[in-house]
Structures are given as C-alpha cells and as structure tokens.
Design a protein around this ligand. Structure first.
Ligand SMILES: Cc1ncc(COP(=O)(O)O)c(C=O)c1O
Length: 401
C-alpha cells in the first residue's frame, strides 16, 4: 500500500464514463502522459491524432480550434495569446530578410508598430497602401512583396475596402493575403469564400482574428487565432508557432468556448445598436462625419453592402465620429470624459460600451481626402439599452454647447 501522499498523486479512482453536459470538459496540461516509450516516440505533434505536450494542445483547445474553423469557413486553426500575437505569428512565419509586406494605411495601429519597430530591424520592409483604392495596392506589389494585409473594415476610420478586388489582385500576382478578420468575426462575411455564387472559393489565404473581442465577448480574455485552408501554409505557420512557444491557457479557452454559442446573437445586438446610434449621431451638428460601413455615404459603403448584406449581422458594433474642426483636442477629450455609460477603454467586443478619442494625423501617412477635418472619436457599442447610450452621448455633447 503506497503512502496517502503518493496516492493523492497516483489515485486509483476513475470516474464513471458517460458524463455529458452542455459545455465540453476542460483539460489542462503542461505535461501530457504517454502510456509507453513507444507511444512517446511515435506520437506526431503536428496533427491532432494524439497529444504530446501542453503547448501543442489538449482536447479543450482542439475543440475551440475546430469550432473556430467552422465559424470562419477555414480548415486549420492555431491559437495564440492575443490578437496582436496572431498578426505577429503570420509576419514572423512568412517573411524573411529582403521581403516586403504591404498594409492598408488604416491598419490596426500595433500592426504598423510591429512592421516599423521590429520587422524593419530584420531587413523586412513595408509599404502602406490606400485602403480605398485596389489600384494603389496593385501598384505597390513588387517581386519583394510576400504578404499583403487586409482589414475590413479598417481600424478606427472603418473604411470598407473592395475586398474582392484586392483578393483577386493578390491571387493574380501570387502574393499571400492575410485578413485581420476581427471586425467581421466570421459572421459579417466568409473570408475564405467571398462570392460563393459567382466565384466559389475566392478568398483570403489567412484569417487572423482577435478572439479577445466578439468570440470572448466578456472583456476579460486575451486570445487570437490564425486560420487557413491550405495544409502547407498551415504547417509553415504551425512550425513557427511551435518554435516561438506560443500557447494559450485552457481556462481562457474554456471562457471562449462558453461564449461562442451566443456570439451570433451578441454580434447582431451590437450591430443593431451601433447602427441606430450612428444614424442618430449623423443628425448631431457637432459631428461633421459619421463613419460606419452600413451608413450610406460612409467610405466603402457600397463594398460593405455588396459583401455583407445577406449574412448574420452584417456589421460590427463600432462607429466613429469626426468632430467639427472648431473643437480643439481638449474639447474633444472633455466630451469623452463627460460620458458616463461609455467608459474610456480600447478593447471592444464586450457588454460595456467604450469610447476612445484619436489623433488621426499621428496614425495616417496623410489626411485621407475622404475624411472631414476634425478630431476623431470611436465608439464601441456594448449591450446596454440604446436609449440610455443615446442619452449619454446627448448629455456629454452639452460640454461642447
Ligand atoms: C482590428 C484589431 N485587430 C487586432 C487586435 C489585437 O487584439 P488583442 O487586443 O487581442 O491583441 C485588435 C485589438 O484592439 C483590433 O482592434
């Protein structure tokens, strides 16, 4: 008989088989136990036929990966510790010294920071293209271009690009294209099959998704995914993923698995509330421009309409406003400070509405012709009652009157 202390580690009790509940079980591991040395030697970490090490996955992470593939229409998925890590994994895996990467000028700012602050030191150059002009993208593709980033809609200013034309250009020029799919979240459009009727299979090569936003839905988890449809491309990414030691905690995976079933409903609710508020904001004199892809007149509205109208939600819960140039940055900041329900914070996709003032001139190569001059404020709409949010913006506008 072994000592009770040993028994606590090597216990003989095995719970009965057949337990079933709405949520899958949570399997956590750094170490995976093998039944024999032969099994240890023969198990393949590169596919999901078995388990080898915590970093390579447990039944819990395998399940989330498969569900995300279903959500986004992909075939292989890698999980990483944040949305930004997903963007970084793609770049680090696919680019080497002498290569060039193209980004839309309205790309998520930390992705710009990654190419400017890290990739440049490794001899990888970058260019920014006009997100509203596929011809500008095409003109910037050279023999050195090995990766094109796409964003639909773009960060903060929410221009919706002609995604179909841009993907077609990348295919014709044989350059890999990766989409930051956080805004669409796999619900607004199918990134891997943009035109299922007219051009089946036309889509991006890679979808990077900040699961931190809508899939998590709580404002309390950081995670990202990189989804592909081509096994060879997936394996390139997977090898880098392994070499960099990127892993996620299973408690976080569980939180995302728990939120995923309600995601389509939440996305629709965020979308409806944002559209109602964006429409109302458009009638406020202080806002000279409202940026929301579903609003006629917003940059890229026609492209959004062509791609997203027949889907679950159609648009996310974000919109931005340009405040009249007569208002200083200090006044804009005072407006944001005066909001009560909208909290000051960056990471959207949760139940709480958020607001951020942005100084656009610092974020873009030049002031885009399609944007009115002024200070910019981005609203991320949560799940509160729309009339309360409208009232909150209305009362905060008082500081400008
Ligand atoms: C469009 C977009 N992509 C990526 C990210 C990065 O996600 P994370 O915060 O998980 O790093 C964000 C976060 O705000 C985002 O808005």
């Amino acid at each position: 008989m072994t000592h009770p202390v040993t028994q606590l580690i090597h216990h003989s009790y095995v719970p009965p088989e057949g337990f079933e509940a709405p949520q899958p079980g949570v399997f956590k591991a750094s170490t995976v136990i093998f039944p024999s040395v032969a099994a240890m030697r023969s198990r393949e970490w590169k596919d999901k036929s078995a388990y080898t090490y915590g970093l390579h996955g447990t039944p819990t992470s395998y399940q989330l990966e498969e569900r995300l593939c279903t959500l986004e229409g992909g075939l292989q998925c890698l999980l990483v510790p944040s949305g930004l890590a997903a963007l970084a994994l793609v770049a680090l895996s696919l680019l080497k010294s002498g290569d060039e990467v193209l980004l839309p000028d309205n790309a998520y700012d930390p992705n710009k920071s990654l190419v400017e602050g890290e990739l440049m030191h490794w001899g990888i150059s970058h260019q920014y293209y006009d997100p509203t002009d596929p011809q500008d993208l095409e003109a910037q593709i050279s023999s050195r271009t090995k990766l094109v980033w796409l964003e639909a809609a773009g960060s903060v200013t929410l221009e919706f690009p002609d995604l179909v034309a841009m993907v077609r250009i990348c295919k014709q020029r044989k350059v890999l294209c990766a989409l930051d799919n956080t805004w669409g979240a796999g619900l607004a459009f199918n990134a891997f099959d943009l035109l299922p009727e007219d051009a089946p299979g036309l889509g991006v090569d890679i979808s990077a998704h900040a699961l931190t936003k809508y899939p998590s839905g709580g404002g309390d988890v950081l995670m990202g995914s990189v989804i592909t449809r081509e096994p060879g491309l997936h394996m390139r990414l997977k090898l880098t993923h392994m070499r960099l030691g990127l892993g996620v905690g299973m408690n976080d995976v569980e939180a995302v698995l728990r939120s995923l079933p309600s995601m389509a409903l939440r996305y629709r609710a965020h979308d409806e509330a944002a559209r109602a508020l964006a429409l109302w904001a458009d009638s406020q004199a202080e806002f000279v421009q409202v940026l929301h892809p579903a609003l006629p007149g917003s940059p890229g509205h026609a492209h959004w309409k062509a791609l997203c109208v027949n889907t679950v939600g159609g648009a996310a819960g974000l919109f931005s406003v340009v405040l009249d140039e007569r208002f200083s940055q200090d006044q804009t900041d005072a407006f944001c400070d005066a909001l009560k329900l909208f909290k000051l914070g960056y990471s959207w996709g949760g139940p709480m509405s958020l607001v951020v003032p942005y100084a656009l001139s610092r974020m873009r190569s030049g002031w885009p012709a399609h944007l009115e001059k002024g200070t910019l404020v981005r609203f991320a709409i949560g799940l509160e009652a729309v009339q309360d949010l409208q009232q909150d913006i209305a009362q905060a506008l008082g500081v400008l009157r």
